[in-house]
Design a protein around this ligand. Structure first.
Ligand code: PLP
Length: 440
């Protein structure tokens, strides 16, 4: 069925899928669908939770990122990091595209296997694993697993002695958004000791892995990490191992991908001959910009009397050219916050930017109005934006939207204060290739 916006709409269990038969740019298409859904809800009459926050997920974005990956890193096979966003449609699309998967737990392993993905396309990339999960990995045939310490080697010997084990080494992740090397990774001296111990325990070391930190900002971290990995390969050879796998982890972002990919390619050419298999564990790169979140304004407080001055860090979720500023300022309360889909503010150090989606009554549309934006729980930490400007005076029942909400958001949402930790997603595809694979 084509609806009034010339979008092909179909239902498939988890939400509405829309194949975009339109010439709209992907971002505009997403906005149109958000708007269409939000403007249908009458907050003066709707049932509880009908006005809940919801996502529009454009799987076309994931598809395009995959094609971009193949162009820029043809030698590196992606193993998507499920933890970043375990959305079933994302996993389904990436499985159909031939991606591998980085899983961190039994649940993630089972989710991927449940789609019929061969266990050889999974790496259990958690260096400190639960013993029962390790036995589960053995039972279901997920044989590629990482380690970074001696205790883990003893554990592997008792639970999964013939696993194909990958030694995770430390990186300099000081420039990244989320540091991981404070928790995981062996330094080079320890790595050499671990290789000797693995040999003594008769374990099957097949490769080396690293992670330069999530949201990495310094591409030379890849150069150093690949050089270190090469040193560990050589060290392994002196212990009688012929390593065949290098796992370069995640850390890639949409904005800097080409620069990082070029650095990584150079380092790989310098240090690793073609017979070494190279894989990576990208998460954020694939999904961050595929999900847009719409939230409803459930309450408002006039704080115009409180003094304030604009700050350089203020965000402007609107085109602000040539507009004047209102005297008024408000606190807005949304039906989603840091205990929900905005968990990325706490765990992933993000600063989501609010934009106006739909306003029933917005007054002063030509004026910039100052707001702070809060979540729905009773906790003062539940703040989405301490200070921002939006066009017009927004009111209860109006809608805001936030782009780039696809990484480390809904997967770390809680049920604090009795709010739901799941939100509807409307799945669309702005890319015919993705639509065909997903049956949209
Ligand atoms: N691999 C491992 C082991 C991780 O811990 C993470 C993130 O925490 C990732 C991959 C994904 O990283 P990113 O989202 O930066 O690509």
């Amino acid at each position: 069925n084509y609806d009034k916006n010339n979008l092909l709409v179909s239902n498939h269990g988890r939400g509405k899928s829309i194949y975009a038969n339109t010439s709209l740019a992907p971002k505009e298409l997403v906005k149109q669908i958000l708007l269409e859904r939000a403007s249908r809800i009458d907050t003066d009459a709707c049932d509880p939770d009908e006005e809940n926050a919801f996502y529009v997920a454009d799987l076309g974005e994931v598809y395009r990122q995959h094609m971009r990956w193949k162009t820029n890193l043809p030698r590196v096979k992606p193993f998507y990091a499920v933890k970043c966003n375990p959305d079933a449609e994302v996993i389904k699309l990436l499985a159909a595209l031939g991606s591998g998967f980085d899983c961190a737990s039994k649940t993630e392993i089972d989710q991927v296997l449940g789609l019929g993905v061969d266990p050889s396309r999974i790496i259990y990339a958690q260096p400190c694993k639960t013993k029962s999960y390790l036995r589960h990995a053995a039972n279901v045939g997920v044989s590629q697993i990482t380690f970074d310490n001696a205790d883990e080697l003893y554990k592997i010997r008792s639970c999964y002695p013939n696993a194909e084990i990958v030694l995770r080494i430390l990186t300099d992740d000081s420039a990244s958004l989320c540091r991981l090397s404070t928790k995981f990774g062996a330094d080079l001296e320890t790595a050499a000791d671990l290789l000797r111990l693995a040999k003594e325990l008769d374990l099957n070391v097949v490769g080396v892995s690293f992670h330069v930190g999530s949201g990495a900002a310094d591409p030379s971290a890849f150069t150093k990490a690949v050089t270190d990995a090469k040193w560990v390969f050589d060290q392994a050879a002196t212990n009688g191992y012929d390593l065949k796998l290098l796992d370069v982890g995640g850390g890639f972002t949409d904005e800097t991908f080409e620069v990082f990919a070029a650095k990584l390619n150079d380092a790989l050419v310098d240090h690793f001959p073609p017979h070494v298999r190279i894989i990576a564990e990208p998460g954020r790169y694939y999904t961050a910009n595929a999900f847009t979140l719409a939230t409803n304004i459930i309450a408002r407080r006039d704080v115009s009397s409180l003094p304030s001055t604009p700050r350089s860090s203020d965000s402007y979720g609107s085109d602000i050219s040539a507009v004047s500023t209102s005297e008024k300022s408000y606190m807005l309360y949304l039906n989603d916050g840091v205990y929900g889909n905005f968990s990325n503010i706490i765990f992933d150090h993000q600063h989501p930017i609010a934009q106006v989606l739909h306003s029933n009554r917005a007054a002063d549309q030509d004026k910039l109005v100052e707001y702070s934006i809060w979540g729905p729980t009773c906790d003062g930490i539940d703040v989405i934006s301490e200070h921002c400007y939006l066009l017009g005076t927004l009111d209860i029942g109006d809608w805001l939207f936030f782009e780039n909400m696809g990484a480390y958001t809904k997967c770390s949402a809680t049920r604090f204060n009795g709010f739901k930790d799941t939100h509807e997603a409307i799945y669309i595809s702005s890319e015919p290739g993705a639509s065909a694979l997903l049956g949209y």
